[in-house]
Design a protein around this ligand. Structure first.
Ligand code: PHE
Ligand code: ZN
Length: 881
């Protein structure tokens, strides 16, 4: 593990590398405990760099066995090798020379899952961001691009399959039962995109013919016996490849494209050139074992990693401050893909829910940072919702400002201008300025300024003058290290909705630039006047969620209800209903805390009913509309002095009111959507299941009986319906015979399938209340659980700490102590995982006092623990700061 040097990396300190490595040749001799790596590097001094410049290569825990320059072993004393660095003080004077380094690593001892490690008996690698330096000494930075040739040697019995980046080369037998394979990747790449896989896996093979008629061999490698579960991923891959050709004109560029599923992986997946490595959770799926949400995630992540081939690999990042250059853009691309393959409105609502659930709290808490950070201590901690999800929103805003056509021209120019380069955010923004002639300098603040902007809105209508006046004031709250903020360019899509529910036009607008239904806010305050409106319309703001902002607008209830029923923009229609629900929930939570009776307006139930009954709306939309804001959403909207118990009570109250008011209708909707036997993971079928399962929860509340859920569990023909029934039983009837029986049945059916058991852990981790701490502790002793596997840890512990508000924020602090215990025991083995777990504390300051003090005490205790990893220390210190 890397020791914490406390070093801070700053964007302004960037300097190009003195040395380049145009060619890299690697030979691996694989052994679980003693893997030998011979790296033959062509080292080149960059033009203009002084001859006396030392060569310093990065390492991380490496043991050097031999070193030579141009074939001649180096004298001891002419170099210095520590586990962290290899320094040659006086390298050859020639412009270019050949450096050969032999090192050794132990994959079997690698629990951090960075560098070369073992998963399920196979060898695999993970190099982003700085894992390559755990394999050999190198210039391990994204702006050093090299052409790689790789030779893998292994015992055939142990590893019949040998894969690396690029195209396959010669392969054959060696003495003593060993064999070898060579791979050549003609595309220069940074070291973080290097990958190797060796082991015994089954292949699902297919073929794709590119737009120019080239044949690409596709392979997905999974554990033996799981081939059938890779069919959906393969189909998603082919659709992704076609979509990138049709939508962005991007063609694949190697003869093969391979995906390997591994069961020990810190993240979702990795875009290594021509050899994507996936968390098996995002590859394997069939009707029995995966939910519709799993299928949708697989489609999105397969697409995401594939799309990286152009946005990330062909054009990579100059330095890690530019991470959003590849991640924000690639998330934008995978969202667009899912929107095209599924339903755009439903996709948008789901994406915004994710953004609000993960990015908003980050932006509003101690870990807030700009989409392009200016400093970091540990880059692993910057694979955040801000870089990914807000980064994607920023790209979406560029398209909103430019329009689809100029946006595409800008992307074309980006690919043309920067292909083969390591680029920056400035390069990216510039292409859009160049194609459109627009000045995006103020807009660029979205990359540089942290915090979620808030818009304070007020409206006044003058019937005599037939004008509507909107006053909009923007403010960006202070974030760590940034107390004063500049006014941002916010593209705010809007509509004016008449009493009949249709959009109405106005004759003229003043006070801000308004183009194609978008108000361009650029000043702190705008007073915008719409003319030609004899009647006051309902104002629909931030349609399609055109900007990632919060809005405070005391809009009359009648107007909000009109929008919840009629807004022609489905995102905003959903937003209006969700907003009404939030308002009711916040009020109810306040009343419950003040021990007063909470009242819920009957119109809310009525709008829910109308939504479910609508002939025009698709089931997936209805399911989203009828899903109440999560407890964490309500907490975030309340903002401070949070009492999770009151929020849970309020949420149960509202759900009960809606359920009871609409009981008959919801039962018949539930029945009308009954599973008729066939199963297809397509979006329309998934939408029907989603609505049916939302109905199941309401119906269970209305009947106050576990019967219907228990029946659904027993008769479930697919995992979506089975998991939904199980979760309704454990949430609504915990401890009942039906819940207990279903949990036991699930365990009996899937006990041997860790990925499926993750759902079982997850469902039990969510069940609210004080009992959660002990339940989670007990589940940790289950034979299927292991602190060594990130998927297990995330499904039980991660779910408990992030999705179980009352269980985690238990008032006596027992939940915090449990998390501290787990984080500290995981930390020495897998710092990325412990650091990620600790981010569950990020909103601690917004809790009510008793919990806040407990959280502070626990955080301080973690901070004081000996030998924290750099990763965990960074999170804990920033969280406490
Ligand atoms: N680059 C990966 C992705 O988003 C994420 C990742 C980061 C994976 C770091 C592993 C390690 O596609
Ligand atoms: Zn990515």
């Amino acid at each position: 593990m890397r020791t914490d040097t406390g070093q801070v990396f700053r964007l302004e300190d960037y300097r190009p590398s003195d040395w380049l490595i145009p060619r890299t040749s690697l030979t691996f001799r694989l052994d679980p405990d003693r893997t030998r790596v011979v790296a033959e590097l062509t080292i080149e001094r960059r033009a203009g760099v002084a001859v006396s410049t030392p060569l310093v290569l990065d390492g991380d825990g490496i043991a050097l066995l031999a070193i030579s320059v141009d074939g001649v072993p180096l004298e001891p004393g002419s170099y210095e090798a520590t586990p962290q660095q290899l320094t040659i003080a006086a390298p050859p004077r020639a412009r270019s020379f050949r450096l050969t380094i032999e090192t050794e690593t132990a994959p079997s001892a690698n629990t951090a899952l960075m560098g070369i490690y073992r998963s399920g008996g196979n060898y695999c690698t993970q190099c982003e961001a700085e894992g390559f330096r755990r394999i050999t000494y190198f210039l391990d930075r994204p702006d050093v691009l090299s052409v790689y040739k790789v030779r893998i040697e292994a015992r055939r019995a142990e590893a019949p399959l040998l894969l690396a980046n690029g195209n396959p080369g010669p392969a054959g037998e060696l003495a003593d039962g060993w064999h070898f394979a060579e791979w050549f990747d003609p595309h220069p790449k940074p070291s973080y995109l290097f990958a190797l896989v060796a082991g015994d896996l089954a292949e699902v093979a297919d073929e794709f013919v590119t737009m120019s008629g080239r044949k690409v061999r596709l392979g997905i490698f999974v554990e033996h016996g799981k081939q059938d579960r890779a069919a959906y991923a393969m189909e998603a891959l082919k659709r992704s490849m076609r979509w990138d050709e049709e939508t962005f004109g991007r063609e694949y560029d190697l003869d093969v494209f391979n995906i390997v599923a591994v069961s020990d992986f810190n993240m979702g997946a990795m875009e290594n050139k021509g050899l994507n490595i996936f968390n098996d959770k995002y590859v394997l799926a069939d009707r029995e074992t995966a939910t519709d949400a799993d299928f949708a995630n697989i489609e999105a992540i397969i697409a995401h990693e594939y799309f990286h081939n152009w946005t990330g690999n062909r054009i990579t990042c100059r330095d890690w401050f530019q991470l959003c250059l590849k991640e924000g853009l690639t998330v934008f691309r995978d969202h667009e893909f899912s929107a095209d393959e599924r339903s755009r409105a439903v996709e948008r609502i789901a994406d915004v829910r994710t953004l609000r659930a993960h990015q908003f709290p980050e932006d509003q808490g101690p870990l807030a940072h700009p989409v392009r950070p200016r400093r970091y201590r540990e880059i692993n901690n910057f694979y955040t919702a801000t870089v990914y999800e807000k980064g994607s929103e920023v790209v979406g805003m560029i398209r909103t400002i430019l329009g689809a056509e100029d946006f595409r021209r800008g992307m074309d120019l980006y690919f043309e201008r920067h292909d083969g380069e390591a680029a920056t955010i400035e390069d990216f923004v510039k292409v859009f300025e160049d194609v459109s002639g627009r000045d995006l300098s103020q807009f660029s603040l979205w990359y540089h300024q942290a915090g979620t902007p808030n818009l304070m809105v007020s409206a006044a209508h003058d019937a005599n003058a037939a004008t509507l006046t909107l006053e909009i004031e923007q403010s960006v709250p202070p974030t760590p290290g940034e107390s004063r903020k500049k006014a941002m360019h916010i593209p705010l899509a809007f509509g004016l909705v008449g009493a009949d529910g249709n959009d109405i036009a106005c004759s003229s607008v003043s006070g801000a630039t308004v183009e194609n239904g978008v108000i361009h806010l650029r000043k702190r305050r705008h007073v915008i006047r719409f003319e030609g409106l004899p009647e006051r319309p309902a104002i629909s703001l931030n349609r399609g969620f055109s900007a990632p902002v919060t809005i405070a607008f005391d809009q009359p209830l009648q107007e909000r209800m009109l929008l919840a029923r009629n807004d022609g923009d489905l995102f905003s229609r959903w937003q209006a209903l969700t907003g009404l629900m939030s308002g009711a929930l916040i009020e109810a939570a306040g009343a419950i805390r003040g021990r007063k009776a909470a009242k819920i307006a009957p119109e809310l139930s009525q709008i829910c009913l109308e939504t479910v009954r609508s002939q025009a709306l698709e089931p997936a939309y209805k399911a989203l509309a009828l899903t109440l804001p999560a407890e964490a959403d309500i907490a975030r909207e309340i903002g401070s002095n949070i009492d999770p118990d009151a929020i849970l009570s309020a949420r149960n109250l509202l759900a009960g009111v809606i359920a009871t008011a609409n009981a008959d209708s919801f039962v018949s909707t539930y029945e009308s959507l009954a599973d008729t036997g066939g199963y297809s993971p397509d979006a329309a079928s998934a939408g029907r299941r989603a609505l049916r399962n939302v109905m199941l929860d309401y119906v269970t509340l209305a009947t106050a009986s576990p019967d219907i859920a228990a029946r659904q569990y027993r008769g479930a023909g697919n995992m979506t319906d089975r998991a939904a029934a199980l979760s309704v039983l454990t949430m609504r009837h915990p401890g009942s015979a039906e819940a207990t029986e279903a949990l036991a049945d699930f365990e009996a059916r899937f006990g041997n399938d860790p990925l499926v058991m993750d759902k079982w852990f997850q469902i039990q981790a969510i069940a609210p209340g004080d009992g959660a701490v002990d339940r989670v502790r007990a589940l940790m002793t289950h034979p299927g659980f292991s602190l060594g596997n990130p998927n297990r840890v995330r499904s039980l512990i991660g779910t408990y700490t992030t999705a179980n508000q009352t269980g985690f924020h238990r008032i006596d602090g027992a939940g915090y102590e449990l998390l501290a215990e787990i984080a500290l025991s995981v930390d020495p083995k897998n710092p990325q995982l412990s650091a990620r777990l600790a981010t569950a504390f990020r909103s601690w300051r917004s809790l009510e006092e008793a919990r806040r003090e407990r959280a502070r005490a626990t955080l301080s205790r973690i901070k004081a623990a000996p030998a924290l990893s750099a990763d965990l220390r960074d999170i804990v210190e920033r969280t406490l700061a």
